[in-house]
Design a binder for this molecule. Structure first.
Ligand SMILES: Cc1ncc(COP(=O)(O)O)c(C=O)c1O
Length: 490
């Protein structure tokens, strides 16, 4: 990486220059940078002044030849990729663009079950055939981790014709699979390796963090710069390495779906985040990692709590935990007699702390570039306090964790199910029917069931459990307790 070049922020710098040029605007956006408009008064003059449309000097995201092309080259260099595309609709869009760039209808794609909803949506859009594999499950913490190299070997043996494999690096909970070996095996079989690095935009910038997909030689990856490295929400990037995937196909797929009015606020924020990471990332993450390790050591001593730290790593790859991102706090709280969902709500209502997500036994707190010693101390103190209040007063909260990770049976391809006639039934009446929609609990947005899968008794029980825990459902039906199934209304 050329650090001298990484000081440049071509989009941000051009935008500042553009602002000063005092142009009279008869193009869009309609606020015309007028500081007396309602929007400038509400959101601030600076936001409006930097909210621009594509012009010759500002370049165009769908056909970059100027400052955006330069910013994308710098981004690729910072992440060790051959090429980079800036995105303005999150890694949700990055995931869709990656899968659609590689998979045609009926092509097989190997996918761990704990993927984000964007993967299922991309499978519907592309018509690809998912070959689901099981991630490794930690029954103690009640979370899904990475995939083992052996699992990948086996699935390739059974599906040597697979076009692609989809790997999450790291998972929402910070766990990385042995991606280097997975890439080697897949490339031997001409299988493209597509990596979801939504939660790993910071990985290339510190040696103690898991390796970044592009540096290991993956074919495509997408990283949500907005999640951990400080750019604005929705800003994300798609990375490409030369080899198995055609660059022009990736570009045309992105242009098939992405807006022609990309937000320069998002693009400039990514430019700034990338430059900051390239120049100061190692120092910033050294500080954060040290603070996280100290905080975890404190939490580990609190009766009733357990926390995942670096010793979770199992390089022998027996549990799909080849590496771990220590900026993630996975705190096990069920010994307090509370579910993770309850602790998530208590933390918000009583401590004014917004956690990232909850599962039955754990809550997840994510540390990002904007965190300070004070914010991390506040998190630790809140957990020390909640443990003092609740530990020993009630029996530990327990459920049958195994039931949540059983893979449903696919009856119809997701795309065929999506486009089939459907009817809506009460969840209790859906037993034995084929599901017509994706149902996710958000966050993390991992599917409980996807279109084309068989609705079993366990799915119904789990649906009702999440409903009872007051989780946020993402499904087609605005009314809880209903589910779409294949077949016309009787
Ligand atoms: C694993 C995973 N992949 C992809 C995404 C989508 O990322 P974005 O929010 O940038 O669209 C998320 C979002 O939470 C995610 O958790």
């Amino acid at each position: 990486m050329d650090l001298e070049l990484q000081k440049n922020t071509p989009i941000y710098s051009a935008l500042i220059k553009y602002r000063k040029s005092n142009i009279t605007h008869f193009d869009v956006p309609g606020h015309k940078k007028n500081k007396n408009t309602f929007i400038a008064k509400a959101l601030g003059e600076d936001i409006i002044a930097l909210d621009a449309n594509s012009t010759k000097e500002l370049d165009m995201l769908s056909h970059p030849v100027g400052i955006i092309a330069e910013a994308e080259r710098l981004l690729a260099d910072a992440y060790g990729a051959d090429n980079a595309f800036m995105l303005v609709n999150g890694s949700t869009f990055g995931v869709q663009a990656m899968i659609l760039s590689v998979c045609s209808p009926k092509d097989k794609i190997i996918v761990p079950r704990n993927v984000h909803k964007s993967v299922i949506n991309a499978i519907i859009l592309s018509g690809a055939k998912p070959v689901f594999i099981n991630p490794e499950i930690d029954y103690n913490y009640g979370i899904a981790n990475g995939v083992k190299v052996d699992t990948v070997k086996q699935v390739i043996k059974q599906n040597p014709d697979a076009k692609a494999i989809f790997i999450i690096n790291p998972t929402y909970f910070g766990v990385a699979s042995d991606l280097r070996k997975i890439i080697k095996i897949c490339h031997r079989h001409n299988i493209a390796v597509i990596v979801d690095e939504a939660h790993g935009a910071h990985l290339p910038f510190h040696p103690y963090l898991p390796d970044c997909a592009m540096k290991l030689g993956a074919d495509l990856s997408t990283a949500s710069l907005h999640k951990t490295v400080g750019s604005l929400t929705q800003s994300s990037a798609l990375f490409h390495n030369e080899g198995l995937v055609d660059l022009d196909k990736v570009r045309s797929t992105i242009n098939l779906m992405q807006t022609t009015s990309a937000s320069y606020l998002l693009l400039a924020s990514m430019d700034l985040a990338r430059s900051n990471l390239a120049l100061k990332g190692k120092k910033i993450f050294s500080r954060l990692l040290k603070k996280c390790a100290e905080a975890k050591a404190r939490l580990a001593k609190v009766p009733g709590l357990s926390v995942i730290s670096e010793d979770y790593i199992d390089e022998k790859d027996e549990h799909g935990i080849y590496d771990f991102d220590d900026t993630k706090f996975i705190i096990k709280v069920n010994e307090l007699g509370l579910s993770g969902f309850e602790v998530y709500d208590i933390m918000k209502k009583e401590y004014n702390i917004q956690l990232e997500l909850a599962e039955s036994y754990v809550v997840l707190a994510v540390v990002g570039i904007g965190d300070t010693d004070e914010s991390i101390n506040k998190l630790v103190e809140a957990f020390e306090d909640i443990a003092k209040r609740f530990y020993g007063k009630k029996e530990p909260f327990k459920i049958e964790i195994a039931d949540f990770f059983e893979k449903p049976k696919t009856i119809v391809l997701p795309r065929d199910a999506y486009f089939s006639p459907k009817s809506t039934v009460k969840i209790d009446d859906a037993l034995g029917q084929v599901c017509g929609e994706s149902i996710m609990i958000y966050p993390p947005g991992i599917p409980l069931i996807v279109p084309g899968e068989l609705i079993t008794k366990k799915i119904i029980t789990n649906y009702k459990y999440y409903m009872q825990q007051n989780c946020v459902f993402m499904s087609d039906d605005s009314q809880m307790g209903l589910i779409k199934v294949l077949g016309e209304q009787q």
